[in-house]
Design a protein around this ligand. Structure first.
Ligand code: NAP
Length: 306
């Protein structure tokens, strides 16, 4: 007899995260059956070739007998997906998502779902800068956090099933309020992406002045920003539009700190700069100690790499 926490899993949106979730559910026995749907016919055809679950031609077919449905679409598309699946949900179905913003998803999805369904928003803290079904891999969620933001009156059995599902595919579940999630992620993920997009944009504008030298000497630190700035444009547009308040608050603090550094440089305050950089080096060490990154030189890049 199967011990999988979920019988039928439906994944809506077969991109990096959706296709990774399908692969992980099958590889680690987290679901007995995986159904997949994507709005794009082209993506559906590509996913069918990958053999990572049963690809459905309609949303109805994908969700009608699913016990767990995970919406893996950009944050701005969650509401319309929820609205479209609502009439076809099985009684007691668990609906979740992987969106990078939680308050807006909770507010926009909740009103469309029937009382007989259990909606528990989620966000795996795992990903890459790649998109599409080919980019996914089964071990993406191994040793990563998955934040769930259930309502206070959540059905405990449904929460347990969803927690088991993420645990079986290798994640550690953390429960948080959606508001707290959005503030924490604004500083740890959303602002770093905005900074990366901005610095790469500024450098691209300067490229006419530097005559190709930005690309040529990019290993000086710039190329690490370019990796982040290569992330999916639609996904990130939706993140900023839907986490406006928290991102603007963190951006305000960031600008103040940047102005202090600017002043220290202008006035030659070396001691202040050094103290600041020593503190940030300590934070890097604590991330390594927590197992959230590798201690290897140059992020573990092969030294023969240019
Ligand atoms: P992705 O690779 O671009 O995949 C998203 C897929 O959803 C695309 O195939 C897209 O099709 C499809 N889609 C869009 N609207 C749809 C709709 N209404 N119905 C069905 N399918 C639809 O993006 P991703 O990186 O997997 O991101 C998916 C979600 O995961 C986002 O909410 C994001 O915030 C979250 N997330 C991402 C990361 C990360 O690192 N990438 C990490 C954690 C969480 P088209 O290409 O045709 O538009």
């Amino acid at each position: 007899m199967s011990t999988a926490p979920v019988h039928t899993l439906a994944i809506l949106g077969i991109g990096l995260i959706g296709s990774s979730l399908a692969r992980a559910a099958l590889s680690y026995d987290a679901a007995e059956k995986v159904r997949l749907f994507d709005a794009s016919e082209n993506v559906r055809a590509r996913a069918a070739m990958l053999g990572i679950g049963e690809v459905s031609d309609t949303l109805e077919e994908a969700v009608k007998d699913a016990d767990l449905i995970v919406m893996c679409v950009p944050v701005g598309a969650m509401e319309s997906v929820a609205q479209s699946i609502a009439p076809f949900l099985k009684t007691g179905a668990i609906i979740s998502d992987v969106g990078s913003v939680k308050t807006s998803v909770m507010e926009s999805v909740n009103p469309h779902l029937p009382d007989s369904a259990h909606f528990i928003p989620g966000h795996p803290i795992a990903g890459t800068e790649k998109s599409g079904p080919e980019a996914g891999f089964a071990s993406l969620f191994q040793d990563r956090w998955c934040i769930l933001t259930p309502a206070e009156d959540v059905d405990q059995a449904a929460l347990e099933t969803l927690t088991d599902f993420w645990t079986v595919i290798g994640s550690t579940v953390e429960i948080m309020s959606p508001e707290r999630h959005d503030r924490v992620l604004a500083i740890t993920s959303h602002l770093p992406h905005l900074i990366a997009y901005n610095i790469v944009g500024t450098a691209a504008d300067l490229e006419t002045v530097t005559e190709g030298e930005v690309v040529k000497f990019s290993a000086g630190g710039f190329r690490d920003f370019t990796r982040i700035a290569a992330s999916d444009p639609i996904m990130w547009r939706d993140v900023f539009l839907n986490n406006k308040t928290a991102v603007l608050e963190m951006l305000g603090r960031f600008n103040e700190d940047l102005a202090a550094l600017q002043r220290a440089i202008r006035w030659g305050e070396g001691e202040q700069l050094q103290k600041f950089f020593e503190r940030t080096r300590g934070i890097r060490q604590s991330i390594i100690d927590a197992g959230q990154d590798t201690d290897k030189t140059n992020f573990g890049r092969d030294n023969s790499e240019k």
